[in-house]
Structures are given as structure tokens and as C-alpha cells.
Design a binder for this molecule. Structure first.
Ligand SMILES: [Zn+2]
Ligand SMILES: [Zn+2]
Length: 304
């Protein structure tokens, strides 16, 4: 299972309709947070996001993306947390995040590690990578893509039994693509027993950005693209000045990338909760678009 819950979908400052930036990604029992605007912890409680997460990934240090980390760490301290937390962010991480987590307390009650990351890095995990890519917002702003590794093809147990392969380690070896020797001396390859490798899923979160080729590149064939969509077309010049995208620009990126689905987020407080004008402008370019709202959860299934 892989799902995204939008904790905050507004730009710049909280409104009655939308909290500021925050995203929870749940995958195979693990929770990752991306950005942590003011009030994120309350949104987590409201929308049932686990506090047992271990990592927060920050796109940049504008207040609407990071002010929530102070209160969230305080609350977890009060809950007698012992699990460590790692905070990842672009240049300045130690200074900015270090200051944020030091506020209002003498010492943290659980280990908090701060790791500076840069565009171009890949944080490797057992079965996915977090790819850090450059955004075009201001210096040292990045976006993140979760890219699952290609999975092994499906193993056919009936066929294995029929061919006389005893259940056990040989099955595992064949599944991984190895040729094995059976107890009776026959040698057997995986060709007949294992299907084609299956593509993993990709979710891309741009954070704040103007439309860029870099995002198109990283979102190539992505299952889900979550893109800055602060303004509508009538504010195109303002979007450019402030380093943000319009809904139509986000949709153009999704179309160029051949993404499956687009979610518009980081919506200016000038728009209503449904933001019909942003939705219409995006759909005209890329039909598989929706506007995020706080509390929205999106499942990202495997395609096959
Ligand atoms: Zn922002
Ligand atoms: Zn920003």
C-alpha cells in the first residue's frame, strides 16, 4: 500500500479552509512527512496520521513549510517518545532546523538528527529511493520523488511443483533470476517460472517551484505528481515573480512528463476550497488533475 494524505494545502499563511504545507506518505507501514508548516501536528491528529514516523523532508525554509516542526517535536517529547527522528533539508539545515527544534526547551528528550541534502542526491532504501531534485523557487529549494525499485516478476508456484522443484531456497533463487541445480542433477533457469519484472511506483512532490524541465524529467511516467499551483492564469506574472506556478503550468508539466495523475496544491488563500477556476484551467491541459484539500488521502496502486 502507498498513500498520500494532504495535511496542509494552502500557500503562505493558514486560512479557515486550508492549513499551510504538509504531506504524509504512508507506505508498507512506514510514514514519511514532507514539509511541516505551522499546525501540522494538529492536522496529523485530525486526519489520523501516525506520530511513529522517523523522518521529515523539508523542501526549503520558508515559514509556511517549517514552522510546525517546533511544536511537533515538543509534543512528541511530552509523549515520552524514544524513537529517533531525522530531519532532512537543503543548505542551512543545521542552522534553521537546529534553531527551530531548540526553541522553548532546554534539551530534546529523544534523538533528533539533522541531515543536509542537496539536489542530485539519492537517499537509498531497501526497496525505494528518495530522489532529491532542484526546484526553481529560490536558492537551495528542492523537491522530492519517492521512486520504488523494480520488483521481481511473479513466481509461478504450480509450474515449479510440476517441474519437480522442491519448495524452499531453490524457489527463492529462481525468483531472483538464478539458474539452479535440482537434487536429481537437472539444471533449471527462471525463464519458464518467473514473469517480467514489474515497475515500482513513483510519487513526485515539487514543493514551491516555477515550472521546470527538471521536474518534467523526474516526473517522467510518474504515478502521481503533486505540484505547486499557487495561482490561476490571471496571476501568471505574479507566479513568475514569486517563484510559483499556475494551475495550467502545473498541468503542462504533468502532460509533458506523461504523469498519470496531477494534484494541485499550495493554493493561494484568494481561492475557495474547491478552487473551480484552478481545476478548470488545469483540466483543459491535463484531464487527470484534481485540487488538493486538507485531509484528502490518495491511494497510489500498482499499475499491473
Ligand atoms: Zn510555500
Ligand atoms: Zn516558498
Amino acid at each position: 500500500m502507498l498513500s498520500i494524505t494532504f495535511l496542509g494545502t494552502g500557500a503562505a499563511c493558514p486560512s479557515v479552509e486550508r492549513n499551510v504545507a504538509g504531506l504524509a506518505l504512508a507506505r508498507e507501514g512506514e510514514t514519511l512527512l514532507f514539509d511541516c508548516g505551522e499546525g501540522t501536528q494538529r492536522q496529523m491528529m485530525r486526519y489520523g496520521v501516525s506520530f511513529a514516523f522517523r523522518e521529515i523532508f523539508f523542501t526549503h525554509y520558508h515559514a509556511d513549510h517549517m514552522l510546525g516542526v517546533t511544536g511537533l517535536m515538543r509534543t512528541m517529547g511530552l509523549q515520552d517518545r524514544t524513537l529517533p527522528v531525522t530531519l532532512y533539508g537543503p543548505r542551512g539545515a543545521d542552522r534553521v532546523l537546529g534553531a527551530a527544534i531548540g526553541l522553548g526547551i532546554e534539551r530534546n528528550r529523544f534523538p533528533i538528527d539533522i541531515k543536509e541534502i542537496a539536489a542530485g542526491e539519492r537517499i537509498r532504501r531497501d526497496d525505494y529511493d528518495i530522489v532529491v531534485f532542484p526546484a526553481d523557487h529560490r536558492a537551495d529549494t528542492v523537491g522530492f520523488a519517492l521512486v520504488e525499485h523494480t520488483r521481481l516478476g511473479r513466481f509461478n508456484p504450480e509450474r515449479a511443483r510440476k517441474l519437480g522443484v522442491p519448495e524452499g531456497p531453490l524457489w527463492g533463487k529462481l525468483h531472483k533470476g538464478e539458474t539452479v541445480e535440482l537434487p536429481d542433477g537437472r539444471r533449471l533457469g527462471p525463464e519458464d517460472l518467473v514473469g517480467q519484472p514489474r515497475r515500482g511506483r513513483t510519487v513526485v512532490y515539487t514543493g514551491d517551484t516555477r515550472p521546470t524541465l527538471g521536474v518534467i524529467e523526474v516526473a517522467r511516467g510518474a504515478d502521481l505528481l503533486i505540484h505547486d499551483s499557487t495561482f490561476g492564469e490571471e496571476e501568471r506574472a505574479r507566479a513568475e515573480e514569486t517563484g510559483h506556478s499556475t494551475a495550467a503550468q502545473a498541468a503542462e508539466v504533468a502532460r509533458e512528463a506523461g504523469a498519470r495523475r496531477l494534484v494541485l496544491t499550495h493554493i493561494s488563500p484568494r481561492y475557495t476550497r474547491e478552487a473551480p477556476e484552478l481545476l478548470a484551467e488545469a483540466k483543459a491541459v491535463f484531464p487527470e488533475s484534481i485540487v488538493a484539500r486538507d485531509g484528502l488521502t490518495i491511494d497510489v496502486p500498482f499499475v499491473d
